[in-house]
Design a protein around this ligand. Structure first.
Ligand code: ZN
Length: 499
């Protein structure tokens, strides 16, 4: 066997461990009997430790040393070359973090995450404060080990969104903020929409049938996936042939599950359409959290909250739940586009969601720059909520303690969500240039034309292209917040008759 063949079979084995670990975690969240937890955790730990050990082993170093030599690289095909680059990046990163530092980080974040649920429930920020302080300090040290020449927050951002730093995000978000806030303000002047008519009894089985229907409509393959129930919706992939999505059912309002299915379905069809040649290479997954969110948000919001999309599918809801036959389509359309400033990010609408993310980004950045101390976090949060959304939490549960990301050590993750909206706007603008206007395509029932464009320009590449490159190649432009702002302005001006 050549070195390349040996390297590939070594990586495939690592991938197999990860594949099995992914399915075990899926099982823990969906089907596992209560008493199965200990055995699952034990198996998961073994598999994760083993695949991590393989990724930093001397054997791995040996392969990478040989295959990274310029004369060897020159002989590699495109996929193998990218494989070597990506795996070497991971190797260098993991190798540079001192073992005791990493062990401390894992220990602190698991305690912190565990403590968080109770602290949130008890509205107790003081218990979480020392955790946040230590996690930030450990994250700074780890970032410094990874790249001593870059500032720590940029290193963390780069782990989720390669090639994009805080300065770039600040520019994009300032523009987004400047466009979104006046729209939200203008909508606030309009009468409140009565959502009570959407409340009722909606069986789990009916909602599941609707979920599968919607997944079929957007082109999610049931032969390469399935829909299950979990506490928090997620997508887990052994892409492209086993990509599972989950949802959570609100038995009094079907909108929650319907839109979370469209969201996870967007993640799902991304993974299901990754080039099968990438199987076993570690490149068979979405290229970044931001690009992933661009796909889920595209189907949830840009497609799923469009009037013309539902023109073809609204009757299905009435077929399953006859009480919906009394709700006209245009009322339903308004009911899934209610814009109203609120406290909880995960429940926010398409428009104000961006502001929730921008607040988190600005606060994180200040924490890492040292211009904000953890003890002042609740005040900073309060002030920004007031300034951008005009609503303020009266407790930490609905304020700084609402998300699991910071207790879990995921500083630098939040921007991905709003970057996903920005990327989605750019994809939409390009689709409208190349394929046709969104409303016209959906009115003609040609969602598949849109999806086909996304398969070609986004999905199939897996990790072969980094986000900035992907946007450049697909949209012939650099990152730009204008397209999503144009979409928001056109849509909400019309819907709320703002002019
Ligand atoms: Zn998502």
């Amino acid at each position: 066997m050549s070195t390349l063949e040996e390297f590939k079979s070594y990586v495939r084995k690592m991938n197999d461990f990860r594949h099995a670990a992914g399915l075990l975690s899926w099982d823990m969240e969906t089907k596992m009997p209560k008493k199965g937890a200990d055995a699952h955790i034990s198996a998961l730990t073994t598999l994760s430790t083993e695949s991590f050990r393989m990724s930093v082993s001397d054997e791995m170093k040996g392969y990478l040393d040989i295959l990274s030599k310029p004369e060897e690289r020159a002989r590699l095909d495109e996929i193998s070359c990218k494989m070597v680059t990506k795996i070497k990046e991971d190797y260098d990163e993991s190798k540079n973090i001192p073992e005791d530092l990493y062990a401390r980080y894992v220990e602190v974040t698991s305690h912190s995450q565990h403590t968080w649920a109770a602290a949130k429930h008890a509205n107790d920020f003081e218990t979480m404060r020392p955790y946040f302080e230590e996690i930030i300090s450990l994250s700074k040290s780890m970032a410094h080990s990874i790249n001593p020449d870059k500032n720590a927050y940029d290193v963390l951002l780069g782990q989720y969104e390669k090639g994009i730093d805080a300065e770039k995000i600040t520019d994009l978000f300032d523009e987004l903020k400047a466009g979104v806030i006046p729209l939200v303000e203008a909508i606030k002047e309009k009468p409140l929409f009565d959502e009570s008519l959407f409340k009722g009894d909606f069986s789990k089985s009916g909602q599941e049938a609707l979920g599968y229907y919607l997944l079929d409509v957007i082109g999610y393959s049931r032969e390469a996936g399935r829909l299950d129930e979990s506490e928090h919706p997620f997508t887990v992939g052994g892409a492209p042939y086993d990509v599972r999505v989950t949802t959570n059912y609100d038995l009094s309002d079907l909108r929650s599950s319907a839109f979370s299915v469209l969201h996870e379905g967007g993640h799902g069809i991304y993974e299901q359409h990754i080039n099968p040649e990438l199987i076993g290479t570690t490149l068979n997954t979405g290229t970044s959290t931001g690009i992933h969110e661009s796909q889920s948000r595209f189907y949830e919001n840009i497609i799923g909250r469009n009037y013309y999309f539902w023109k073809h599918h609204y009757d299905k809801i009435g077929e399953i739940f006859p009480q919906y036959r009394n709700i006209p389509l245009d009322v339903f359309h308004k009911g899934v586009n209610v814009v109203q400033p609120s406290l909880i990010r995960t429940e926010a609408d398409e428009l104000t969601y961006n502001l929730h993310i921008i607040i988190r980004f600005e606060v994180e950045k200040a924490l890492f720059e040292g211009t904000l101390a953890v003890k002042d976090l609740p005040t900073a949060w309060h002030d920004k909520m007031q300034e951008y959304l005009g609503v303020v939490p009266t407790n930490h549960k609905e304020g700084v303690l609402q998300d699991i990301h910071w207790p879990g050590g995921m500083f630098g993750y939040f921007p991905s969500y709003a970057l996903g909206n920005i990327y989605g706007g750019q994809f939409l603008a390009q689709i409208e240039k190349e394929v046709g206007h969104l409303d016209h395509l959906l009115a003609k029932g040609e969602l598949d034309q849109i999806t086909k464009w996304l398969h070609t320009n986004v999905h199939r590449h897996g990790m072969m292209k980094d986000p900035v490159q992907m946007i450049q190649d697909a949209c012939h432009s650099s990152l730009d917040a204008k397209p999503i702002l144009k979409y928001y302005t056109d849509k909400y001006t019309k819907l709320y008759k703002l002019k």
